[in-house]
Design a protein around this ligand. Structure first.
Ligand SMILES: [Zn+2]
Length: 243
């Protein structure tokens, strides 16, 4: 969780703030409700639930005063179970399920970064998956492939902060001596000139929001190509449940 949280430092370093974004264990004596601390809570719940990234801001200026993330612990178990179920690893007395643990940990790193992104003020970017995982603010589907007739989990989730996240950090947090409006516009123009895309909830979630790039829980730059990737997974017995 700390690993994923710290990815954001890469985006702040990119605009010149050296090691300014730090994540540490909360001191024993500190109160998580203390407004002076940005807090990530590791929450145990009886069912699978959403994780949250919220903030307390100054209503007069919009300035974020405190970030507050709640991450549900059960997700680790759920992701472990998904990987375990996909691979069915226990034939012939094999008990090695480290791949499932590694996938679950890769997901919680990504989720930690995602929820903290919300506390920094950033919305979802559901087009980031079309730009080679350009943002931790997309919803990532595990990217799986077949290797030697087994499912390869090694690239299931992205690692590190994305190109689009560097754009949003630069836009929201870089300081300018003058000419701010044009400089801000340049940040966006440069990003779009590189081919980066931004599609948020309004154009991705509603039934009427059928944007070609703005999908939740997808991979790759072209959805119809991705459908073909499902073919190798349509091995006998599970064909009907996948296609
Ligand atoms: Zn989110």
């Amino acid at each position: 969780m700390l690993d994923g949280a710290r990815w954001w430092n890469q985006a702040f370093e990119a605009i010149g703030y050296k090691d300014a974004f730090q994540v540490k264990m909360l001191p024993e004596s500190a109160d998580p409700l203390d407004v002076r601390y940005n807090v990530i809570q590791w929450v145990h719940r009886s069912t699978r639930g959403w994780s949250y990234g919220g903030s307390i801001s100054d209503p007069r200026t919009g300035e974020i005063i405190k970030g507050h993330v709640s991450l549900g612990s059960l997700r680790i178990r759920q992701d472990f179970l998904i990987a375990q179920a996909l691979q069915a690893p226990y034939a012939n007395d094999n008990t090695d399920d480290d791949f499932a643990l590694q996938m679950a940990l890769a997901r919680i790193r990504q989720l930690s970064a995602h929820e903290i992104g919300h506390t920094l003020g950033f919305a979802h970017n559901f087009a980031a998956s079309t730009n080679d995982r350009a943002s931790v603010m997309d919803y990532p589907h595990p990217k799986l492939s077949l290797k030697d007739n087994k499912i390869d989990f090694s690239d299931a989730y992205g690692v590190g902060i994305g190109e689009w996240d560097k754009v949003t950090v630069a836009y929201a947090y870089r300081e300018f001596v003058n000419d701010e409006d044009n400089q801000l516009q340049k940040i966006l123009n440069d990003a779009f000139a590189k081919g980066l895309r931004y599609i948020s909830d309004q154009d991705a979630r509603p039934k009427g929001g059928a944007h070609a790039y703005g999908h939740l829980w997808d991979n790759g730059s072209d959805l119809s190509d991705e459908l073909n990737i499902l073919k190798p997974f349509s091995f006998s017995g599970v064909k009907n449940s996948i296609t």
